[in-house]
Design a protein around this ligand. Sequence first.
Ligand code: TRP
Length: 334
Amino acid sequence: MSKPIIISGIQPTGNLHIGNYLGAVKNWVELQNSTTQELFIFIADLHALTGTQTAEERRQQILVTAAELIAAGIDPKKTTFFIQSHVPEHSELAWIFNTITPVAELERMTQFKDKSEHQDKNINSGLLTYPVLQAADILLYKATKVPIGQDQVQHLELTRDIARWFNNRYGSPNGGTGEYFKEVKPLLTNTPRVMSLLEPTKKMSKSLGAGHVIELADEPDIILNKIKKAVTANAGGAGAPGVTNLLNLLKQFGSKKNYGEFTEAEKDGTIRYGELKEKLATAVSNYFSDFRKKRAELMENPQALRELLRSGAEQARKRASKTLAEIYSLVGLR
Ligand code: TRP
């Protein structure tokens, strides 16, 4: 018996930031040390086609994302690490899933509605069928667990629905159990959501603007500058979202002692935001100093990076092509 598979993906639409890191990547790196499960991580370049990057931007960003994930700790020796479009079975299975997914279910997706608002000049059908491709990503490997952020839970529920629709319609060709796909479950981290530095009631996201996020690749002076501009509390109010966010970050990246001191000071009302910001900036800079070095090294040799990715895709395809052959047969195409 092969081990249960855990899979997750990330769109290559921007440099990794600390929200991606704490919400997803850090968790992946921990999961890859499991001896009882197998981890698959991929770069969702086909999903990125639904966005607005130019071809050149996209080509570059795919490579950067690969380098950054490795620099952040994804180890291609432990994890099957690849680029989605290098495994054409993802698109092939997505097409089949399109034919069993009601349009109305896709129109309900919160992310589709949000994106339609944000890119109202480019509401392409790929945006609508985005979660169908995501279901294909997961079910192609018959994965049973998917580490994702809260914002992807609705897509994962749709994946479960698609698995069920498929099972009902095609799952028992010879009167079998009708359970071709097993149940898929989300794995959520309990790290608090990382909020924007400048609008701390919104989730940290590059789409808000560069000053809102701290990228893992940011140099120490940039980190300090961004954190200095972070919104804290206007009238010294305790528990203001900006202050809570900075304290949460200090908890993740700083020492226990520092975190303890600043939390106490916040309660007493003696906290000095300038000091908190300096401590936090140092902590974040130190935490990612190896990352910055590793990233630069990897980007110096893109050929080696491409080779790693090619071999990851080869590994992934073994499993993908097997599933797809079974599915073609189940639906009557073979
Ligand atoms: N939609 C996911 C995101 O934006 C990325 C993604 C694509 C994904 N396919 C996936 C995540 C499959 C988990 C599993 O974060």
